[in-house]
Ligand binder design. Structure first.
Ligand code: AMP
Length: 282
């Protein structure tokens, strides 16, 4: 099947209705484009769950704060289209901003609690933009499944909460973090980095993994995380937003590992990029 591209909600809905009438299941893969193997892994995963897979590309302005990289965010539509087609995706939904936020748009979607910590603190309002656009995409597509990457672990937790709270009938799935051969989590923002910065960026994964290991071995997480943040600055990161150990589901702080799954989360700035990563602790 060749990849079909649509830019309007009406065309998206028409196609989904056609598939559903034929008894086919539908999966959704929301992205902001500048696709890499991390995104493609989600499409591939979704192809294993659903008969038809929709990839969306929308650089959502409402999830970028003032002074963030909305204008600079890489837009590589032609290459993205080729990659989706190659991976076997069936439909690309790439709407203009006016289709998603027409004149008079006035509705917000906010998830309390989970959005107060980690990236919610360092990027105020970011998750309100994410839930706003994802709620809309889920409503538009009426898909059976939607998948999000564990690289954005907090985002996945927030979206699961929102879908449950708003009785959205789409099943939310997570896909594992895809890394380069040296362990750096793939990100569209890695494109901002030169070779020297990439070498530093790769240490985020190394430092977080070591901290996760130390906490799993019985270390006091707040101390281990503070030392890890120091280490990142020493290595050359310009600024560290956080290094924290939290419960994998509730995101409440964890001091020492217990039975419940915990994760270590990190966010740090290098060059023009703000990078995030996370690892299981136990
Ligand atoms: P983005 O285009 O950055 O908004 O990401 C779109 C989706 O791809 C989100 O669900 C991300 O969590 C996911 N994603 C981005 N990078 C990776 C990665 N390295 N591994 C797995 N999923 C990823």
């Amino acid at each position: 099947m060749t990849l079909l591209t649509v830019e309007t909600i009406a065309d998206l809905r028409r196609k989904v209705a056609e598939w559903k009438a034929a008894g086919l299941t539908v999966g959704l893969v929301p992205t902001m484009g500048a696709l890499h193997e991390g995104h493609l892994s989600l499409i591939t995963r979704m192809l294993g769950h659903a008969d038809r897979v929709i990839t969306t590309i929308f650089v959502n302005p409402t999830q970028f704060g003032a002074g963030e990289d909305l204008d600079a965010y890489p837009r590589t539509r032609e290459a993205d289209t080729a990659m989706i087609a190659e991976t076997g995706g069936h439909l690309l939904f790439a709407p203009p901003v006016s289709e998603i936020y027409p004149e008079g748009f006035a509705t917000r979607v906010e998830v309390d609690g989970l959005t107060d910590v980690l990236c919610g603190q360092s990027r105020p309002g970011h998750f309100d933009g994410v839930t706003q656009v994802v709620a809309k995409l889920l409503n538009m597509a009426q898909a059976d499944f939607a998948i999000f990457g564990e690289k954005d672990w907090q985002q996945l937790a927030v979206i699961r909460r929102m879908a449950k709270d708003l009785d959205i009938p789409t099943e939310i799935k997570g896909g594992p973090i895809i890394r380069d051969e040296l362990g750096l989590a793939l990100s569209s923002r890695n494109a901002y980095l030169n070779e020297a910065e990439l070498a530093i960026a790769r240490q985020l994964n190394v430092v977080l993994r070591k901290a996760a290991y130390d906490i799993a071995a019985g270390g006091f997480a707040p101390d281990t995380c503070a030392a890890a943040a120091e280490k990142l600055l020493e290595i050359g990161f310009r600024e560290v937003d956080y290094v924290e150990c939290r419960d994998a589901a509730s995101l409440v702080p964890v001091e020492r590992v217990g039975e419940a799954p915990a994760r270590i989360f990190g966010a740090a700035h290098i060059g023009r990029a703000r990078l995030i990563d996370n690892h299981a602790v136990n």
